[in-house]
Every structure is written in C-alpha cells, then in structure tokens.
Design a protein around this ligand. Sequence first.
Ligand SMILES: [Zn+2]
Length: 269
Amino acid sequence: MNLDILAIAAHRDDVEQTCGGTLLKMAERGHRTGILDLTRGEMGTRGSAEERAAEAAEAAKILRVSWRHALDIPDGRVENTWENRLKVARVIREQRPRVVILPYWEGRHPDHYTASKLGYEACFLAGLAKLDIERALSTQQSAFSQVASAVASVVAREKQGSTVSESLAPHRPFKIIYATLYFDIRPTFVVDISDQFEARFESLMAYKSQFSDQEAGKDIFPARDEIRARIESMARFYGMLAGVTYAEPFLQKEVGLVEDVTGIPVKSI
Ligand SMILES: [Zn+2]
C-alpha cells in the first residue's frame, strides 16, 4: 500500500513539532501517512535511542500514522552524501508517496536544513529510471557490509517474493512542500489544525525522556508548561494569519493554481 503523504525530518520529534497536526488531519480524511526520521537520536542529552524509538512509536499512534521508520544516519551529522541520498531514495521508491513534506532549507540546526536538501535530491534520484539503488548502495559500502546487505536483500526478497523489484520501481512524488515552523519566514499556506492541536501536543509529550519535568538538562529543556505556551503561541500566530485558531505553516516553491476566484479562502479585509 502506497503512502499518500510522507514527512521526512532529521530527528524524532521534529515532525511532531512542525507538521504533526497536518499529518493527523490528513489521516482523519482517509489519507495514508508516514514519517521517515533520518536519525535515531543517540546524541540526545536525555534518554537513549531505544527510549526514543518507543516514544516515536507512541507519537505515531497518536497521530494515526500508518508507517514510521528511522534511518541509521548519525545524529548531529546529517550530511547530504550520495549514500544518504540513496538511502532516502530507496524509502521513496518503497513507500511511493504522492506528497513529501520536508523541513525548510534554512535554519539554525545544520541537521534540519541539510535534511531539506538531502530529501529534495533523494526525491529527484528516486525517479531516475536507470538508477539501480540496491546496486549503487552496495558498491558504496565496504566489502564487509556489502556481504551483509547482499544477505539481507536475499532474505527480504524471499520474504516478499516478486514484490521487491516492483516496489523499487522509479517513483517521484508529485508534490514537495516545506514545513517552515523552525525558520522565521512567511509561509505560502497554512493548514488549519484547530481540531488536531491537542492531539499534536500530546504526540510531542509522548517524548517523555525529552519533555517531562526533570533535573537532567534543565537549562536546555523548558518544562511542560513552558513548551505548551510556546507551541500554542506559534500555532495561534499562524492560525491568526488565516483567520483560524491554530495552524501549521508551509511553503511551496510553485505558484498556486486557481479555477474559481470566488472560492479562494482567507479574508482580505
Ligand atoms: Zn530536530
């Protein structure tokens, strides 16, 4: 089953902060949604990668996400390399999303803006008919891991039968949109998440090791009430721009296409 929407982000909990309400809203409308986290959070001040995996699964449940996976790109070292582009492109071919949500391409955290470029270029690569991703990945890796991945791909093929080659056929998403919450830029559109705001907040709170009130790392991580106030004021601000209570901001590079000018939403005066 293909995904309708795939959100790609550097860290577990990024999607919950930037576009979780939108993912939940799309799932409620019957779309199949997914999240690809590029890293596993092993560099986090609090909690282990294992704890974060369990928390990410809980958050995905709250957001009614159908598919979630974390790649093994090192946390704090998301680089736009050929190998990383291939890894993301493989996921795009497997999951075949119509829409991909990427982080905005500028920002404070290098992992975030690098994930944007990496994601865009992977979407492009995934559509190249002559690119054999498995082969390209195995020539990229060392002799030892080549053997391991060859064994793994044989096992995967045996498990899935003939669907493997079919599922890895070229695919390019129709639409790429950018979640801009981490950067101060005017969005080109917002999604009304007034009905999803509470659940989105709970999905973020599922990362208990990061966000609960505790002593370790207290200077870096504000307590739950403070997070709530920040998240709420951001969502209110973007909601206000469109005349709704809460919204999430996005940017598309393309222009909007309109059939009927009497139906354009958001009041001018
Ligand atoms: Zn992040």
